[in-house]
Design a binder for this molecule. Structure first.
Ligand code: ADP
Length: 263
């Protein structure tokens, strides 16, 4: 089995991915939707604020109102659109958010550290969190019945609070829980680049043992992909490929090794 994650940042070729996946029955699709969240937040007059962690990782500041927007954009709009499109391409897709069947259970962070002008602040009303348990039985049930699951954040806590968890890391956890062989992280760049603005500087291979060293090349949200890759490999996934969604057959190409292969 294969877990494919498609990004939601501007420039992703979502439709390339769905056309490529449509004939397959051996995958679980996980999606993010950052651009959709930004757009909806803007339209609703609730612009997104960002938090930079002390280690340099950028995340959305998700207060209660932003959590509503996040849910509308991802579990509401985008998930439904993806499932509709897959069905129009003949795929028996079923959409699930992390809340359905407690698919993505986790913990809300009590406080998030945020760097602001060189000072570290504690942010307490943030609904970001980490997924700790994947209801793999539910995914398997759908799979065995011939469906292809399409999964979106948010996750949920045991107390019934929604959590904003990173979709790359969710995909890694789904891959681990399902015993997937390969995790494909499709995004708007060809893979991990030596110089983020130069697509010709692709790093084709990252040996697992050197993942930490290569972390120095990744900025912003690319860092999360490498963290996700590390978690997937640690959990028994054989291979993680970070690749572009911007050209036709992106899944096929990634499986052939076009992109950054971490193994
Ligand atoms: P997605 O929504 O597709 O998952 P993200 O915005 O989360 O996309 O992550 C991809 C982005 O990471 C790229 O568009 C790029 O701006 C940024 N990035 C930072 N460092 C690197 C790097 N070394 N190589 C490639 N991309 C990088």
């Amino acid at each position: 089995m294969l877990v494919v994650k498609v990004g939601g940042a501007e420039g992703n070729g979502l439709d390339n991915v769905l056309i490529d996946l449509a004939p397959r029955r051996d995958y679980v699709l996980v999606h993010g939707g950052s651009n959709e969240v930004d757009r909806l937040a803007e339209a609703l007059g609730r612009p997104i604020r960002w938090i930079t962690s002390p280690s340099g990782v950028l995340s959305r500041y998700t207060d209660r109102e932003t959590m509503e927007v996040f849910t509308m954009a991802l579990a509401g709009k985008l998930n439904t659109e993806i499932v509709t499109r897959l069905q129009s391409l003949g795929a028996p897709a079923v959409g699930l958010s992390g809340v359905d069947g407690a698919l993505l259970m986790g913990r809300r962070k009590e406080a998030v550290r945020s760097v602001d002008n060189g000072r570290v602040l504690l942010v307490k009303d943030d609904y970001s969190g980490t997924v700790e348990r994947v209801n793999s039985g539910l995914i398997q049930l759908l799979f065995d019945a011939g469906y292809v699951p399409v999964i979106s954040p948010p996750g949920v806590t045991a107390r019934g609070e929604l959590i904003n968890a990173d979709a790359d890391r969710i995909a890694a956890q789904v891959a681990v829980a399902m015993g997937a062989d390969t995790l494909v992280l499709l995004t708007n760049v060809p893979g991990l680049l030596r110089e983020p603005s130069n697509p010709l500087t692709l790093i084709p291979e990252v040996p697992r043992a050197q993942l930490r060293t290569f972390m120095d090349f990744a900025y912003g949200r690319m860092k999360k992909k490498l963290i996700a890759a590390g978690e997937a490999l640690e959990g028994g996934v054989h291979r993680v490929v970070i690749a572009s969604s911007r050209q036709p057959d992106p899944v096929e190409r990634a499986l052939e090794g076009m992109g950054t292969v971490i193994a």
